[in-house]
Design a protein around this ligand. Structure first.
Ligand code: DUC
Ligand code: ZN
Ligand code: ZN
Length: 469
């Protein structure tokens, strides 16, 4: 089947021009200023922007929460993600209880992800340090996984990776072309500050931010970068929220170290006041780690994106409903960390970033699609509009005016962090590998249409983000 997207303005990470995109089957086969091609399906994109489908490289579908012994919402809720313009996720594959990295990844591909509506690559994720994981690391590229996440925080839980283990993971990953992703917060200091809060009876969700100040993130980020420098291997810092951590990345980049970093929609568009709401149930929704910050940190993150210190904006999506959050309403340390957001990332970033003049349209495409694809070794199959790339395309209507409403795009949990926020522009049509799966901002695809995508070794750490102007 052939499809022609006509009359739209094409925006890629590199440029913007009028362009008609011809698709044959699952691939883009031609791009012309004015195409005369005949096609089975014609999509008129007049007055709209045609961009590569979003790549969200940080999601947690069907993953055990750190509190409550329950899983986050599963892949059957990814229809909302596609409606939001994202066609590929790189989801975290935590070790299943008592299982190694490889078995957990295989189980995810064969069972957990079978209803996925988005294409998905995977990151390995250490959640139970056992000797066998060091032997398993070398097998990861063979099954198409080339990144591994370590938690420097969460001391006292099986999630925590101590410095010795982190150093060993860095060394081992280097040998096999795997990029190490770190959650950089000093878990010991957080633990001490949490205990202090509990002793004082300071139990409201606002103390989540008090017990995880920016300096614990800055310190761990500097430590992780230093260990990667000694191990002489690339490192990627997940969910950066503050100037101190961004500065550490910037300094490392300036001296030529291969360091990459991301921030999340919530750290760019929300601030600490959301945690300070009197209503504990409301405030609990906004518990994610690291914590929401003051406005001056928010501004610093936009700057860091513009100066290319940070390379991606991700959702850190965790479908944690109030049924799980409720376990900690009387003590913030028992509230599961994380919140949904994969469905809102692109529309929120367009309104808050592009329409408010904080980032250019090119930067927008780079950070929501092209850079994540490069970093995760799936470019140019994903994250680009070019001949030979998968025909994953989102069409955004810049004239749309509305507000975020959970009811318009249910995300599988019972709240949306961005409820009531203004939208100026919205994704209204999405193609996944050539097939129209979203029309008029409604899902018309099939559950299970998503496929596993193999990642290549060292992604952008080898291929470079530098060709992006
Ligand atoms: N880190 C994440 O990346 N996601 C959820 C919670 C956390 O600590
Ligand atoms: Zn994390
Ligand atoms: Zn996460």
């Amino acid at each position: 089947m052939t499809t022609l997207i006509k009359n739209g303005i094409l925006i890629t990470a590199y440029n913007e021009h009028k362009g008609d995109v011809l698709i044959d089957g699952e691939k883009i086969v031609s791009i012309e200023a004015e195409s005369k091609a005949l096609a089975d399906v014609i999509i008129d994109a007049s007055g709209k922007y045609v961009m590569p489908g979003g790549v969200d490289p940080h999601t947690h579908f069907s993953a055990l929460c750190n509190v409550g012994n329950q899983d986050t919402a599963g892949y059957e809720t990814t229809d909302a993600v596609v409606v939001g313009g994202t066609t590929t996720i790189v989801d975290y594959a935590p070790q299943d209880i008592g299982k190694g990295l490889l078995d957990s990844i295989k189980y995810r591909i064969n069972v957990r992800a079978k209803d996925s509506c988005v294409d998905y690559a995977l990151h390995a994720m250490i959640t139970d340090v056992m000797d066998s994981i060091f032997d398993e690391i070398q097998e990861l590229p063979r099954i198409g996984v080339t990144s591994i996440k370590c938690f420097m925080a969460y001391n006292g839980s099986p999630l925590h990776v101590d410095d010795g283990t982190l150093y060993k993971v860095l060394q081992k990953s280097k040998e096999y072309g795997i990029t190490v992703f770190v959650h950089a917060e000093n878990g010991e200091i957080i633990h001490t500050l949490q205990q202090d809060c509990v002793k004082m009876g300071d139990l409201h969700p606002r103390y989540h931010a008090v017990s995880r100040p920016a300096f614990v993130e800055t310190e761990a980020t500097r430590r992780a970068i230093y260990l990667a420098q000694i191990a002489d291997t690339p490192i990627y810092i997940v969910h950066v929220t503050c100037k101190g951590a961004a500065d550490a990345i910037k300094e490392a980049k300036c001296r030529g170290q291969k360091v990459m970093g991301e921030t999340c929609t919530q750290y760019l568009t929300l601030d600490r006041s959301y945690l300070e709401q009197k209503d504990i149930r409301e405030a609990a929704k906004y518990i994610c780690s690291p914590a929401l910050r003051d406005l001056k940190e928010v501004d610093a993150l936009w700057d860091a994106l513009n100066e290319r210190t940070l390379n991606a904006v991700v959702s850190d999506h965790c479908g944690i409903g109030m049924n799980i959050k409720q376990y900690g309403l009387d003590n913030f340390t028992n509230i599961a960390n994380g919140a949904p957001g994969a469905a809102d990332r692109i529309n929120m970033l367009w309104t808050e970033g592009v329409t408010k003049g904080r980032i250019s349209k090119q930067t927008f495409v780079q950070i929501i699609s092209t850079n994540p694809a490069k970093i995760n070794g799936i470019y140019p199959q994903k994250g680009h509009i070019d001949i030979g790339s998968d025909a994953d395309i989102m069409i955004l209507d810049p004239s749309y005016k509305g507000t975020v409403r959970l009811a318009d795009n249910p995300n599988g949990v019972d709240y949306n962090l961005y409820e009531g926020k203004e939208l100026n522009g919205r994704v209204d049509t999405v193609l996944l590998r050539g097939k129209v799966v979203v029309e008029k901002a409604k899902f018309i695809g099939e559950f299970g249409q998503g496929r596993f995508v193999h990642s290549n070794s060292f992604g952008a750490a080898y291929h470079g983000l530098d060709d992006i102007k």
